[in-house]
Design a protein around this ligand. Sequence first.
Ligand code: SAH
Ligand code: F3S
Length: 434
Amino acid sequence: MEKLSIFVETHGCQMNEYDSDRIINSLSAHPVKNPADADVVIVNTCAIRDKADHKAVSAIGRYKKYKISNPNLIIGMAGCVAQLYGKKLIKQIPHLDFVIGPREIGKLKELIKDIKDSSKFKKINTSMDIEEIFKVSPYHEEGKINGFVSIQQGCNKKCAYCIVPTVRGSEVNRPLKQILEESRLLIDQGAKELTYIGQTVNSWRYEGEKFYNLLDHLQELDGLERIRFTTSFPRDITSKMVKSMAKNSKVCRQLHLPVQSGSNRVLKMMNRSYTIEWYRESVLKLKESMPDLSLSTDIIVGFSDESEEDFAQTMQLIEDIRFDTIYSFMYSVRPGTPGEKMSSHVNEEIALDRLHRLQLRQRGITLENNLEQLNKDFDVLIEGASKNNPKDLFGRTSQNKVVNIRNLDSSYIGKIVKVRTKEAHQNSFVGELI
Ligand code: SAH
Ligand code: F3S
């Protein structure tokens, strides 16, 4: 088969970004920036919130015109919406050639070959087999400084609001050997910083090894400068994990620890399996051993019958913890989840008002935190041209803060430099080399 050109549109989380890169590699395809130049177009979809199927359908709709001018164009849908509504979508959208779930990416090459060879091929590819689950490694653009490595697929936690266990199945942990091999592959292609991903990464375990041991193994990888991981599950933060993070110099001072709510009553309804006291205690332990640790979290407002008092506890929590970043969402009922069957739901207007109040206060806290970091020195890994000005470069601190540096030449890309922060903004800093 000739080398195919592929255009992938990615919705959703880092796992989907990773899967999109795997899609490119599974076809040994050449990624293009314009769908008009593609032999294959794939929309990699997300089902976590809202009218996900509508969004996915309209995305597929936008590619119809390319099929009119190029009838050989193959259009597919991947990701969680494909997994959830595959059959329905194939019936509904005549120009959609196939759907493929997250667990079948390893079979994509065969599928495209079948499509090209005959009019008879499998349009719906949504099996939950785990056989091919980690088979293909992601495409890595030459010279790109950061990359992702999946260490786990699926989730065993069963939070009442969440569709992930339905669409991605139960937790499957990747063998240590494969994690190390894929890391090596990306490092050899220029990656300096790798983010290890999974729905609850810190619950990873494989043949007697646990997450804290994994960090020790990753620390040993030559050529790797920085290690990040996401998403951590609060109940699975252990003292050994905290120790391992603190002692391994490549592990960044950044942790994403979704709390979802500040109220024990709501956490219980959500089936989150920790109390807010446990969460606060874990944060204390983390901060005690790593005072410069940056924390971020996810919060859902308006879950089930969340009261004003429950919400006040969430507001109090963000006041006390002072997260650097919060990803906050209005609760969206997902089909087939336990949350769907819960009787009372917060009225949308009230939920939206709570979301705005939360986001407003958090913007204040983020800026206050950033201002506290002014005129301080950081190690910054330079990633590339700044988004605001192509003459400037940007990089990130260990805490994952973006720092722009004026008039820096591109030879610095991929290097870790010492920088002093000179301006603090809402989402970034301006710094100078020291
Ligand atoms: N595995 C991760 C993240 C899963 S999804 C975890 O442990 O939390 C990412 C975020 O989306 C969640 O943390 C949650 O805040 C949000 N989310 C998930 N389902 C949602 C729903 N039905 N409505 C609104 N937000 C939701
Ligand atoms: Fe979803 Fe909870 Fe797992 S948010 S991904 S069920 S930890």
